[in-house]
Design a protein around this ligand. Structure first.
Ligand code: NZQ
Ligand code: ZN
Length: 384
């Protein structure tokens, strides 16, 4: 196992009816900017619960944060934060609203030029406004990490930054928010969380049985609970288990002391940037390609995944790897997520464009930093 430091300061408030605690967790006298998305919070009662819980605070609302939040929209919120002397950001929504709010929090305090530099050049985030989150969609893990992914529409770039300064002070996770989620968003959440685990697990062994078994338990929970939530959205117990799995998948715990991949995400972000494909769906497309192309380098962990998660115990190493890829693809498709590029009308032209972009960037991805344009072409061609 590698050396590591781990600190996660996010207070999690989990369970039915807990949204009422939001006000008690915000410093008295705060001036709040309440951020939200396209309006789902008005239909499912979350907005009313939040409003009731923050009576007595001065609140300005900022809605319209898009899925894959747009830099252009977020900069409008930054203006409001500055003009209105906002002191606390309250994100009420899914990963996009929260990621967007993290960027607002950092951009409003950024004094080294254009805040886009936080994303494009990873300019250090020295300060950020405090954030509280009421999560309405289990998927990204954003509620318990310091990551944020933002899209600049003008240049079709989808870029990420990470800073402990934008980790929420608290996140409220009431599993009942899932009851109003469309099937598609549940499936996206299950697959996104699944692939977050895979990015921190499917690399090479470093003798880290705790991290491995934590990771496998999250995968197995998602495999069992995900379909139950899809079949019955008001099954509270399954909703709760799904929600906690998604948080645990990306709060840093399973990734300490082990190599991490993230190539599936890096390539997937390009598919969203160019084609607007939902984040999780891009992962379902790319991951099987990576497993196939990197089968030699990842073989020990793919075989372990096959055996411990999918119960594959027979055959040669190559056969087991093929079966493990097949099982993974079948799982994604069983929750309604297609896994091939033509399913999303993506042509070979897009493959060329993505490879050119990675060529220009000049860096390689993956746990061994050995996935560049040549490998990315093979990975995406595998998905045609
Ligand atoms: O905008 P509203 O009206 O709220 O509707 C949203 C949106 O249309 C809807 N929704 C959310 N909660 C709902 C609901 N509808 C009904 N009932 C509810 N309770 O769902 C739609 C999608 O929401 P979005 O926030 O975009 O989804 P998700 O949470 O999957 O977030 C995706 C974004 O997170 C980034 C992705 O790249 C993408 O931009 N990621 C962030 C990560 C992180 N911060 O650590 C890691 C991930 O890998 C990911 O990259
Ligand atoms: Zn993801």
């Amino acid at each position: 196992m590698y050396n590591f430091e781990y600190q996660n300061p996010v207070k999690i408030i989990f369970g039915k009816g807990e949204i009422k605690k939001v006000g008690a967790n915000i410093p008295v006298g705060s001036k709040i900017l309440l951020t939200y998305g396209g309006g789902s919070i008005f239909k499912n009662g979350v907005y009313d619960q939040v409003k009731a819980a923050i009576q007595g605070f001065k609140v300005i609302e900022f809605g319209g944060i898009e899925p894959n939040p747009h830099y252009e929209t977020l900069m409008k919120a930054v203006e409001i934060v500055k003009n209105e002397n906002i002191t606390f950001l309250l994100s009420v929504g899914g990963g996009s609203v929260l990621d967007g709010t993290k960027f607002i929090a950092a951009a409003a305090c950024f004094d080294q030029g254009d805040p886009w530099l936080i994303l494009s050049k990873h300019a250090p985030v020295k300060n950020a406004l405090p954030i509280g989150a009421v999560l309405t969609l289990p998927a990204t893990g954003s509620e318990m990490n310091g990551n944020s992914v933002v899209t600049r529409v003008e240049t079709k770039e989808k870029l990420a930054f990470g800073s402990e300064k934008v980790m929420p002070v608290f996140s409220i996770l009431d599993p009942e928010v899932i009851f109003s989620l469309p099937e598609k968003q549940v499936a996206n959440g299950v697959v996104d969380a699944f692939v977050h685990v895979i990015e921190q697990y499917l690399t090479f062994p470093v003798n880290s049985p705790i991290q491995d078994r934590f990771a496998e338990s999250i995968l197995k929970t998602l495999i069992v609970e995900g379909p139950k939530v899809l079949a019955n959205r008001t099954d509270y117990e399954s909703a709760a288990n799904f929600m906690w799995s998604a948080t645990m998948a990306l709060n840093g715990l399973i990734g300490v002391g082990v190599p991490q991949d993230w190539a599936t995400h890096m390539i997937g972000h390009e598919l969203t940037a160019y084609h607007g494909i939902d984040h999780a769906r891009t992962l379902a497309i790319v991951l099987p390609g990576i497993m196939h192309i990197k089968r030699e380098q990842k073989k020990d962990k793919i075989v372990q995944l096959g055996e411990r998660v999918w119960g594959i115990t027979e055959g040669s190493v190559d056969e087991r790897i093929d079966q493990t890829i097949q099982k993974t693809v079948e799982f994604f498709e069983s929750v309604g997520i297609p896994t091939r590029l033509p399913d999303y009308n993506v042509s070979t032209e897009t493959i060329d464009t993505i490879c050119e972009r990675f060529e220009k960037r000049g860096f390689k991805v993956g746990e061994k930093a050995d996935i560049g344009p040549v490998e990315i072409r093979l990975i995406l061609e595998n998905r045609l």
